[in-house]
Design a protein around this ligand. Structure first.
Ligand code: TXA
Ligand code: MG
Length: 328
């Protein structure tokens, strides 16, 4: 069901006040961050946190990230904090990095999906920061989409995804980064990358002065570890640029209604829809989810996605495209 406009408020001071009061009552507030919109609840209120899982249709053992208002709060949520965490936080926070640490005993297991670790992030978005500071506590917030669907990068996406399941959506424009935060696990012996994001593994290694391993799949449910995630409902196929024209011809010969997400226009074709994507990795990431979402509304048979380049800076995009599509 589509949203009532009452649900979405421009994120001014009055809206922040309303949002804080809703959070204090255990209700759900969606808010913009620099990565994607989050679906927030008071992280210290297990009942409120359970509402997040119900609204998203997310399995309860899939842990949430707790968003904190400042660096000083780190020790309220985590214990045995290694120096590495302080270094990364000092360097990248506020910013698109979530750090997994050993949790303080008081952190509700509802938040951590039963884990003894907790994911923490200080986001870099004026609305998120204003909300966190006004609330004065931790806000548990996964991406504000239904489980396994595309993350929202605009307030209207949240409304489309969650409708009445969310009590308030703070309108804060389009998200700058456009893909979810980098997740690094510092709770073990060695730093492990659980999800690639805007902050690259190389950037983390440069600050840490040590190797960051890429985590093998574990028992813990992490979107970064799941094969299908961030996916449109329409079948999507990732296709090397060189094979795209031939594949397009084959599929259109079969009468398929095709959408294209390409870096270069496909000549001599009349696709049902064609989105020309930016060739800069940061701009591509910014546009990625809105583009997939747009193509997904067009009742297409298939979305053909041109495989982007393989250089540094494209890792998070490859990760998300890999999960949104199958490969040719
Ligand atoms: O950019 C982001 O991180 C956005 C914005 C809203 O902050 N949030 C986000 O949350 O992407 P979510 O829940 O959609 O993805 C967070 C991921 C999940 O896959 C979860 O499994 C993982 O973080 N995670 C959270 N706590 C964890 C923990 N203790 N151990 C392992 N993975 C954890
Ligand atoms: Mg998510």
């Amino acid at each position: 069901m589509l949203p009532t406009s009452l649900k979405t408020m421009q994120a001014d001071n009055a809206a922040i006040k309303t949002a804080v009061s809703l959070l204090q009552q255990g209700r759900l507030v969606a808010f913009p961050t620099e990565t994607v919109y989050g679906l927030g609840a008071d992280a210290n209120n297990p009942e409120a946190v359970r509402r997040i899982f119900a609204a998203k249709g997310r399995p309860v053992d899939h842990p949430l990230i707790v968003h904190i208002p400042d660096l000083a709060c780190l020790s309220q949520w985590a214990q045995n904090i290694p120096d590495a965490a302080h270094h990364l936080a000092a360097h990248f926070w506020p910013g698109p990095l979530a750090i997994i640490l050993s949790k303080q005993p008081g952190v509700p297991l509802e938040v951590t999906g039963g884990q003894t670790t907790v994911g923490l992030r200080l986001p870099n978005h004026p609305v998120a920061l204003q909300l966190l500071q006004a609330f004065g506590g931790g806000i548990a917030a996964p991406s504000a989409n239904r489980f396994c669907r595309i993350s929202p990068t605009q307030a209207s996406h949240v409304a489309e995804e969650l409708g009445n399941a969310v009590d308030l959506i703070l309108e804060g424009g389009s998200c700058q980064v456009g893909v979810e935060s980098t997740i690094i696990d510092l709770s073990g012996l060695h730093p492990q990358l659980l999800r690639p994001g805007h902050i690259s593994r190389a950037a983390l290694e440069a600050v840490l002065g040590e190797r960051v391993l890429v985590s093998a799949p574990t028992q813990v449910r992490t979107s970064g570890m799941m094969a299908v995630h961030y996916a449109p409902a329409t079948r999507a196929l990732l296709c090397p640029a060189a094979l795209l024209p031939e594949h397009y011809r084959q599929l259109s010969g079969q009468g398929k209604k095709i959408g294209l997400m390409v870096l270069q226009r496909l000549a001599d074709t009349a696709p049902a829809a064609q989105i020309l994507m930016p060739t800069d990795a940061d701009l591509y990431a910014q546009a990625l989810y809105a583009s997939l979402r747009k193509l997904d509304t067009l009742c297409l048979d298939i979305i053909l996605i041109e495989q982007p380049p393989d250089h540094d800076g494209w890792q998070a995009i490859h990760d998300r495209l890999g999960k949104a599509s199958s490969r040719l």
